[in-house]
Design a protein around this ligand. Structure first.
Ligand code: DMJ
Length: 623
């Protein structure tokens, strides 16, 4: 069993020198870089085991803590409990939030792509202005919001609406459109939405019950997914570098001359395309996505091993020097790790490991440990990819998803710290500005388009720690969204966090991700939460079942023989297996710090109080 270091005294004595240092908060010394954690050293370290540990064994160990035998400080008390009544109220609030947005879309916008929640009308592509990529990259006359919402309906247990929605998709959606869309957006929102609904219907585990399968269902969503992916293929096939062109015309298969693509756009395609390949038994989609990943990987800077955020698909040359965890790179790292979890290919894990190692080495600033020692609050900054020097003083809202990746790799302590930073920026404004300047402490770009990243990390951290603090965070987020973003027919983008003015747009990810993660955070009995480590969320929050089907490459001759190298098998009841083997997992400074989440800390602030206060004060907040 996982060790339970429950002595509050140990924590307190570790904190004493820190608390005694009265100029700790004000001190802004140049932070020491965290020493690199070498994941390579771990050899054949099994990620699936870490997942099981984080989501199964750690919460079990937490139950051993006696909550009556310790005293708490003010903040521990404030955040240390969350009543069942509050939880049920929040669950109901989120349910209402989803249906307000979804019903508004169905009533005023369907079959168009998005809802304009202030004027209560639908929105499609901007045909008059083809260069309006802010709209045209995403919208394509294909009922985007409905497809993106399908698996959220399943998560909310609304089987009848799930069936109706699938019928509407089948009746209304065609990808044979004269629209030029972004490959990445079409992949994560549409392909992901279609595949997820299809796989939930077809899986043997019946996560949401046997009724989820409509009696008339005959693989129509998979056929649509197949059709869409075939229309995206020219973006890959026309590229001599292997890096796909960012945009493609769905009907003609022509690609835009502009070949600049972000790394995340070109390198976050493998989950959906790989799953499609394995479902169809056709390797072409997976091979294209893998080719793109390898091309990006081999373009990494020789000096640092870092990747830039924009690259030219025609030449394979980087555009600019910025490297970081936010826009342009965020889901690239996420997909390396998640592809390994889903498909079990070592190649993906090795790339993730090496990336994580250089991220820690070059991007991380602040004190070396999250919850001990001296120095500024840890922060991952944007750097020059060739030198590792700080490149900008802003970080962006997309990188608030990184703690969720850190939870998956088992680096919980880091995840706690990274998350706390974004949560406090959220608190400062009521929502998260798109870019926040950490030197001037003000937004550089000040809109908030209902993004899910902070909520996703909050949910993952809650699953890993069961700490009520994260329920408080979720509650505050729900209240902010209702206060600031609720409009006449749905939820609206906050145009400027400084005056909370609104913009008439509800992006589809509000229903596919923001509401889904909030709902799952509060729905403790959701079937998904009971089988959490058997499912994976794509970067658009779509659920993919982890299982043998995704470990087989049917196109290889001997794919179905258990001894075949083309089958990366899952072990029977890995959780049991892992419990037995727990002590064999070495823990030292070069490994993820799962042991940080011990029983004693379930009811204490995850980021210990003095550090938490340091953070809030440095961001000009009061607790
Ligand atoms: C979503 O489409 C996905 O989460 C993507 O990875 C990033 N952008 C939006 C949400 O912010």
């Amino acid at each position: 069993m996982w060790p339970v270091n429950s002595s509050i005294e140990v924590i307190r004595s570790a904190m004493r020198p820190l608390v005694g240092s009265n100029n700790y908060v004000k001190r802004r010394k140049v932070p020491e870089k965290c020493r690199t954690r070498s994941f390579h050293e771990r050899g054949t370290f099994d990620l699936a085991m870490i997942l099981i540990l984080v989501f199964t064994i750690v919460p079990v160990s937490l139950q051993a803590f006696n909550i009556f035998s310790h005293s708490y400080d003010r903040l521990d008390q404030k955040y240390g409990s969350f009543t069942e009544k509050m939880r049920l109220e929040m669950l109901e609030e989120v349910r209402k939030m989803f249906y307000f947005g979804y019903d508004g879309y169905m009533k005023y916008a369907f079959p168009m792509d998005e809802l304009d929640p202030i004027h209560c009308v639908g929105r499609g592509p901007d045909h008059e202005n083809p260069s309006n990529i802010n709209i045209n990259d995403v919208l394509g006359d294909y009922c985007l919001t409905l497809i993106d919402s399908l698996d959220t309906l399943a998560v909310l247990g609304n089987v009848s609406e799930f069936h109706r929605a699938i019928q509407l998709v089948i009746d209304h959606v065609s990808f044979d459109k004269e629209n030029t869309v972004q490959v990445f957006e079409a992949n994560i929102r549409l392909l992901g939405g279609l595949l997820s609904a299809h796989m939930l219907i077809e899986e043997d585990r019946f996560l949401f019950g046997e009724d989820l399968r409509p009696p008339w269902y005959n693989g129509q969503l998979l056929q649509l997914a197949h059709d869409l992916a075939s229309r995206l293929l020219p973006a890959f096939q026309k590229s001599i570098t292997g890096i796909p062109y960012p945009r493609v015309n769905l009907r003609k298969g022509t690609v835009d001359e502009g070949a600049e693509t972000c790394t995340a756009g070109a390198g976050s395609l493998l989950l959906e395309l790989g799953a499609l390949s394995r479902l169809l038994g056709d390797p072409i989609y997976e091979s294209m996505a893998r080719r793109a990943n390898r091309a990006l990987w081999s373009a990494r800077a020789k000096t640092t091993g870092l990747l830039g955020n924009v690259i030219n698909a025609k030449t394979g040359q980087w555009v600019g020097r910025l490297s970081g965890l936010g826009a342009g790179l965020d889901s690239y790292f996420e997909y390396l790790l998640k592809s390994y979890i889903l498909f079990g290919e070592d190649e993906d894990y090795q790339m993730f490991n090496e990336s994580y190692s250089v991220i820690k080495q070059y991007l991380r600033r602040g004190r070396p440990q999250c919850n001990s020692g001296y120095g500024d609050h840890p922060l991952y900054v944007n750097v020059d990819m060739h030198s590792g020097n700080t490149y900008t003083y802003w970080i962006d809202a997309l990188q608030a998803s990184f703690p969720a990746v850190q939870v998956l790799i088992g680096d919980i302590e880091e995840a706690i710290c990274t998350h706390a930073w974004y949560y406090n920026v959220w608190k400062r404004y009521g929502v998260l500005p798109e870019r926040f300047n950490w030197q001037r402490l003000s937004p550089d770009v000040s809109f908030y388009p209902l993004r899910p990243e902070l909520i996703e990390s909050t949910y993952l951290l809650y699953r890993a720690t069961r700490n009520p603090f994260y329920l408080h965070v979720g509650r505050e987020i729900v209240q902010s969204l209702n206060t600031y973003a609720k409009a006449k027919c749905g939820y609206a983008t906050v145009h400027d966090v400084l005056d909370m003015s609104l913009e008439d747009r509800m992006e589809s990810f509000f229903l596919s991700e923001t509401c889904k993660y909030l709902y799952l955070l509060f729905d403790h009995n959701n079937p998904l939460n009971n089988q959490f480590n058997k499912y994976l969320f794509t970067t658009e929050g779509h659920l993919l079942p982890i299982g043998e089907k995704m470990r087989i490459k049917p196109w290889e001759a001997d794919a179905f023989s258990p001894a075949s190298p083309s089958m990366t098998s899952l072990k029977e009841d890995e959780s049991l297996f892992f419990r037995d083997k727990t002590p064999k997992l070495k823990t030292n400074a070069t490994q993820p710090s799962c042991e940080a989440v011990d029983g004693a800390r379930q009811y204490l602030l995850p980021l210990r109080t003095p550090y938490y206060l340091q953070l809030t004060e440095s961001l000009g907040l009061k607790e």
